[in-house]
Design a protein around this ligand. Sequence first.
Ligand code: MG
Ligand code: ZN
Length: 202
Amino acid sequence: MLDWDGTVTERDTLSLVMQRFGDVALWRRTGREMGRSLTHDEAIAISFRTVRAPLEEVVGWLLGEVRLRPGFAELVARHRPLVLSSGFHELIQPVLARARLDVQLVANRVQPRPEGWRIVFRGGGVCDHCGEACKRAWLPPGDVVYVGDGYSDRCAALSARRVFARDALADELGARGVRHERFDDLRDVAAALAAAEPWPDA
Ligand SMILES: [Mg+2]
Ligand SMILES: [Zn+2]
């Protein structure tokens, strides 16, 4: 199970799009309110209402900016992970297609309206643990390995058997005393998972 923005991608693509096409001050303000006066979904919905560019223009620009973390293709080939994102199919699929990667994806969708982009949330209901419509509802049953970096990963990471974390997620789990492994790029994750397998290729 992999988060997309800031986990598979080196930089958060929602942040990149907001910096180029939206009200970035509003993005930062609503980001600080996540878990306080706003849920994660409310914060991104408010921010993306200030993006008015056509989808094709945003995707074209994003394809020139986005970089995938080394090791992603290897993880996909070996483990067929699910990518679970608070971003949008419309911004993720073109990046996967260009990398020629066929990946199972759960994400929100966006209606790129000229008066402001409108997010269509993936649903899943409000979580009993965190009180938001979080990613936990989308985890498959059984033992989950979770790889993430940010606020939207917190609750799902707490329910995983094994967690690889960086940035804000690593800091948050560290502060709570939750066991996790820090990663730098996805080759680290692939190597750690390979080391844990007693019979490679079995
Ligand atoms: Mg992220
Ligand atoms: Zn939750």
